[in-house]
Write a protein that binds this ligand. Structure first.
Ligand SMILES: Nc1ncnc2c1ncn2[C@@H]1O[C@H](COP(=O)(O)OP(=O)(O)OP(=O)(O)O)[C@@H](O)[C@H]1O
Ligand SMILES: [Mg+2]
Length: 162
């Protein structure tokens, strides 16, 4: 069962609005991979999602730390969310030794920028999001790769401002 959606995101506000909509369909254990060139808007989307999911502090890009943890409450349940940026990951050992692989455990939510750098270290995601430049704005394609991801995308309520 697959589910596929495509939207135009005009200006940053469009990306922020999609982040808010995605926050509403999060479930424990979800793995979302964010693909797209440098500056495509991956962190912008993750930031909006985290704030809409109730994180009140700063959301910094995990550019150098590779991973930033967040403690969220979803429907009254505590859930940990790990935001990765693997752009600067140097080796598989670095990832494994830091315990990052253990975060993909079916309970935590994992959002990964530059998953292509994780290669075979990463499990298959539930959802992939691909951002591409389109004029001054962006296009985004959302694909569910598992039943869990499909259920989430079916619940997604997003009407981009055209
Ligand atoms: N829909 C959009 N239209 C125009 N600009 C956007 C849109 N979404 C995000 N941006 C802008 O794109 C810029 C880069 O965004 P961001 O840092 O989120 O990219 P990134 O994909 O995380 O890059 P990196 O690969 O370097 O981590 C920001 O200035 C942001 O405001
Ligand atoms: Mg980024």
């Amino acid at each position: 069962m697959t589910h596929h959606l495509k939207f135009s995101l005009h200006e940053e506000a469009g990306t922020l609005a999609l982040g808010v909509s995605l926050a509403r369909v999060l479930v424990p254990g979800l793995a979302i991979y964010l693909r797209g060139e440098l500056g495509a808007g991956k962190t912008t989307l993750a930031r909006a999602l985290l704030h809409a999911a109730g994180h009140q502090g700063h959301v910094k890009s995990p550019t150098y730390t590779l991973c930033e943890p967040y403690a969220l409450t979803l429907n009254g349940q505590p859930v940990e969310l790990f935001h990765f940026d693997l752009y600067r990951m140097k080796s598989a050992e670095e990832f494994v030794d830091a315990g990052f692989r253990d975060h993909f455990n079916g309970a935590n939510i994992c959002i990964v920028e530059w998953p292509e750098n994780g290669g075979t270290l990463l499990p298959q995601p539930d959802i992939t999001l691909v951002l591409t430049a389109s004029g001054t704005g962006r296009q985004i394609e959302l694909s569910a790769l598992t039943d869990k991801g499909t259920q989430c995308l079916k619940r997604l309520d997003f009407a981009p401002n055209l």
